[in-house]
Ligand binder design. Structure first.
Ligand SMILES: Cc1ncc(COP(=O)(O)O)c(C=O)c1O
Length: 418
């Protein structure tokens, strides 16, 4: 700890060049799977080949009846909302603190997102949900931020008591569970992203899960028109007559992306296991550092550790600012520590705070927003970093770098006041 801070000319604690997280892990098997698919089919309009295989594997992994692949997590959310028949004038409760795509597809359906503040871990706060329910509320949408499951059992009860749909955005939480039940299986429908950094990555892609046939047919009609709808929606079903066109959107995943995701899914549980033990060790090493607040994990939940979020409190670290902390960590070589940028309180985005009707196909009433103090405070005070899924990465040294910077905090705060 005696070496001066790298930001002041000392030796950086980490000299391994970034990136320290190579994600998704691309092995020879990944390359072989993609090459094989390249020669087999690069466009699959029905539920066959690599599409059927990945959907079957996802349905097995989550223990649900239907999985539908989509071109992105955003498309999966859009499909899920359409799947439960949300439409103009309906209200959906959404977390104030999430990635915008949890809520933005609602705007394309004319649905009003009603923001509700978060709990201490950054997830939708069940205690504040009931006060936001009105006669127009049709659903509660919930994210599991950074892979830490939301208080989903309570939210399930609230949704059930009020006859609302529960819709999960599991994009941060593939394989996370609550009391042994995987997130993504609590809601009537759930949506996941498989974009680049996600725990299950296709490069780009997403999927919808549901046990409900009716939702399944509507999800297919929303973005998988013609062949899939003609073969999967039963003859005689009232929706079947729309099979050729669906609703007009085409939101299919690319077969090469599906091949990548199948390869990744084989190892997902091994990686999650490793991440859980890495996160435990990292939290142990960070817990007592002044200013650092680590997530508290109840025994009932198994996070997926998409990232390790830490709250930093300058007032408990002699006024060391979060910006100075992050700059000093970067100088120490911790280039993958960051302050989340686009994942922020939704009411701070122009799309949700100003009149965006000139951009949107369906006019939607805007909600007069409150303050969402927890979402704002968490957003301003969170730093996050990747959690290693294997040994030998410099990420394992990041807690030491936090220790070094915080130990030397007086040099940083003095530099600021001079
Ligand atoms: C919580 C959450 N929901 C939805 C999305 C959208 O997923 P995609 O980028 O695959 O459209 C993301 C993407 O980062 C996300 O983090």
């Amino acid at each position: 700890m005696s070496s001066p801070l790298a930001i002041h000319g000392g030796t950086p604690l980490i000299d391994q060049p970034a990136p320290h997280l190579h994600w998704p892990p691309i092995t020879e098997a990944t390359t072989a799977a993609v090459m094989e698919q390249l020669h087999r089919a690069v466009s699959i309009p029905d539920r066959s080949g690599v599409i059927a295989e990945l959907e079957d594997r996802l349905a097995d992994y989550f223990g649900v009846r239907h999985a539908v692949l989509t071109s992105s997590g955003t498309a999966a959310l859009h499909s899920a909302y359409a799947g439960v028949r949300l439409g103009a004038g309906d209200e959906v409760i959404v977390p104030a603190y999430t990635f915008h795509a949890t809520a933005s597809p609602l705007l394309h359906l004319g649905v009003v997102p009603v923001l509700v503040d978060c709990d201490a871990e950054g997830n939708l706060d069940p205690d504040q949900v009931e006060a936001a329910i009105t006669s127009a509320t049709k659903a509660i949408a919930v994210t599991h931020m950074w892979g830490l499951p939301a208080q989903i059992e309570l939210l399930e009860t609230i949704a059930g008591n009020h006859g609302l749909h529960l819709i999960e955005d599991g994009s941060h939480a593939h394989g996370a569970s609550v009391n042994g039940r995987k997130v993504g299986t609590f809601g009537q429908v759930s949506a996941f992203s498989m974009n680049g950094p996600k725990s299950l990555s296709a490069g780009e892609g997403g999927f919808v899960l549901t046990d409900d046939d009716e939702i399944y047919y509507r999800v297919l009609l929303h973005g998988q028109y013609n062949k899939r709808c003609r073969t999967e929606i039963p003859v005689g079903h009232p929706l079947r007559r729309f099979a050729i066109t669906g609703t007009g959107l085409k939101l299919r995943i690319h077969p090469l992306a599906a091949a990548i995701a199948i390869d990744q899914l084989h190892s997902l549980d091994t990686w999650l296991e490793h991440r859980r033990s890495s996160a435990k060790q990292m939290i142990h090493r960070l817990r007592d550092l002044p200013g650092v607040v680590v997530p508290e994990i109840p025994a009932s939940i198994e996070p997926s550790w998409y990232a390790l979020p830490l709250v930093f409190r300058p007032e408990e670290a002699d006024g060391l600012s979060i910006a100075a902390l992050v700059s000093a960590l970067h100088a120490e070589g911790c280039l993958e520590v960051d302050q989340p940028g686009s994942t922020r309180p939704l009411h701070e985005h122009a799309l949700f705070s100003t009149d965006a009707s000139s951009l949107l196909p369906v006019p939607s009433r805007r909600q007069p927003w409150g303050d969402f103090p927890r979402a704002v405070s968490l957003y301003r005070s969170t730093v996050k970093m990747p959690v290693p899924h294997d040994d030998g990465t410099a990420l394992n040294l990041y807690p030491d770098a936090f220790g070094k910077v915080i130990h030397h905090r007086h040099h940083l705060t003095e530099a600021c006041t001079q």
